[in-house]
Ligand binder design. Sequence first.
Ligand code: PGA
Length: 250
Amino acid sequence: MRKKLVVGNWKMNGSLARNAALLDGLATRGAVEGVDVVVCPPFPYLQQASEVCRGSSLGVGGQNLSVFKEGAYTGEVSASMLLDVGCAWVIVGHSERRSLFGETDDLVAAKVVAALDAGLSPILCVGETLAQRDAGQAEAVVCEQLRCVLQAVGVDRFVDVVVAYEPVWAIGTGRTATPEQAQAMHREVRTYLERSGVAGGKVRILYGGSVTASGAPQLFSAPDIDGALVGGASLVAESFLSICAAAAAH
Ligand code: PGA
């Protein structure tokens, strides 16, 4: 049985005061039974989140990491630094990193390796653009993104990777993939992993892209959807907790 996982990707949002209210709203509500819940604030606020979440069931993750361990890499943040400030998780290869900051499949693969080597759980984002979907290439694009990581990580260690399927056209657009579209891609991902020799039944595959409290129950009822990576709706305690509760109900 794969335990459901709901991850809040705060992106570049927040302030000490706003985070305090949001974290308080999440932490004081108590554990969501049967679901792993993680928040990923911007780097400067990780320590703040870790302090509030300590002793609660909430996990904390970074939104990115460096492939390097330490040294003269201005502006970079290493895996060990994330661990040091209380992170157990890290998002890798988000489509905004790929499209706005030039992250290639190879760089993303190296970051997943860096995370695993340090003992962080990577949440690997994959997903196609609308043009790629319209051209019938969605599955091929996603499988190629997975292949690069698989090659770098190896089949045995890939079970420690969480995959987040985030169709680029659904991120921040209010246009969610239908549960059928999402389930079909999740099945494709799991089948691809199994064909490649990974124990695919053990890998958690999250859906991301305009997930809301109202749409979450239907998504979570799909057999291969093991949770969600939530952007906008994770900035409001009420809606994020409703999504977590929907995960618990399935
Ligand atoms: P969204 O973002 O929920 O605001 O669409 C999801 C993500 O980018 O991880």
